[in-house]
Design a binder for this molecule. Structure first.
Ligand SMILES: Nc1c(C(=O)O)ncn1[C@@H]1O[C@H](COP(=O)(O)O)[C@@H](O)[C@H]1O
Length: 163
């Protein structure tokens, strides 16, 4: 069986409530992925093994979600040439501002594509990862077009008291 092209990694089980939105978006697009808990802080050896081996494992894009002192996306990017998209998970103490700033402010030379805090960021990370794969996958490109069409059609012309 072909290896999944996308890895969704996260710093903790507690991030899954946010990162599952990335997984569900990839499900809707028919894009296979693998999910892993990897922490730069709590499982540093696992992080090194994952990041250094990610390309050889067949991954093409990595989505990394973390909260608080969110070093996971940047440390992953430091150890792989693959594109890394970072999702700042909303932290309790600082509402994700800490996660956002930890992920976004990378030094020149090691890029992390940083998305919005929380669910929107997780969904958009999946869409962006799929768009990267779609550059060389016309069938996926069509599915992305369909996804946007369905989204447009789901927006009512006028607001309703029901919604
Ligand atoms: N930011 C990181 C990293 C990392 O960057 O490697 N590892 C865990 N964490 C974060 O700690 C938060 C709290 O974790 P717990 O809920 O397990 O205490 C999570 O949002 C996780 O991403």
């Amino acid at each position: 069986m072909a290896r999944p092209p996308i890895a969704i990694i996260m710093g903790s089980q507690s991030d899954w409530a946010t990162m599952r939105h990335a997984a569900e978006t990839l499900d809707a697009l028919g894009v296979p992925y693998d999910t892993r808990i990897v922490s730069a802080h709590r499982t540093p050896d696992r992080l090194v093994a994952f990041a250094k081996g990610a390309r050889a494992e067949g991954f093409q894009v990595i989505i990394a979600g973390a909260g608080g002192a969110a070093h996971l996306p940047g440390m992953t990017a430091a150890m792989t040439p693959l594109p890394v998209f970072g999702v700042p998970v909303e932290s309790k103490a600082l509402s994700g501002q800490d996660s956002l700033l930890s992920i976004v402010q990378m030094p020149a030379g090691i890029p992390v594509g940083t998305l919005a805090i929380g669910r929107a960021g997780a969904v958009n990370a999946a869409l962006l990862a799929a768009a990267v794969l779609a550059l060389h996958d016309p069938a996926l490109s069509l599915r992305l077009d369909e996804w946007r069409k369905r989204q447009s059609e789901s927006v009512a012309e006028r607001p309703s008291n029901e919604g």
